[in-house]
Design a protein around this ligand. Sequence first.
Ligand code: SF4
Length: 152
Amino acid sequence: MGLLDKARKLSPWLIHYDCGSCNGCDIELLACLTPLYDVERFGIVNVGNPKQADILVVTGTVNQQNKHVLKNIYEQMPDPKVVVAIGVCACTGGIFRDCYNVLGGIDKVIPVDVYIPGCPARPEQILKGIELAIDKLAEKRNNIREEKKDVV
Ligand code: SF4
């Protein structure tokens, strides 16, 4: 099943947080919304409210200041939810990992389901990562359904 079929079944809503990036990965992520890649044709919607989002996509490194914002956004999202780290900065801290205020990748603060490497990550990689995130979201939704069956 391709991205189109998967997205049509789930219509996931995404929220993006720029943790502390150089904006390189943000530009590539924005490219996914342009007519060339047009991620919305798959039924994937970019939203601004974490309470409406299924998938959190994060660019940049996490530091002492933005870790609170990142955690706050994550905690506001309803279950099931999936987190995607875009670019090596979000995955590991990247070229900023040795900076005095950088904690590392975003998994130092919240659980990450999909890691997309690259500096910057390319739109094609981001689309593939979103496809993996949709698989994870479907898996988590099924797990919740099964748990509810056990309770009844
Ligand atoms: S991975 Fe590269 S392009 Fe992306 S935010 Fe870090 S330095 Fe910038």
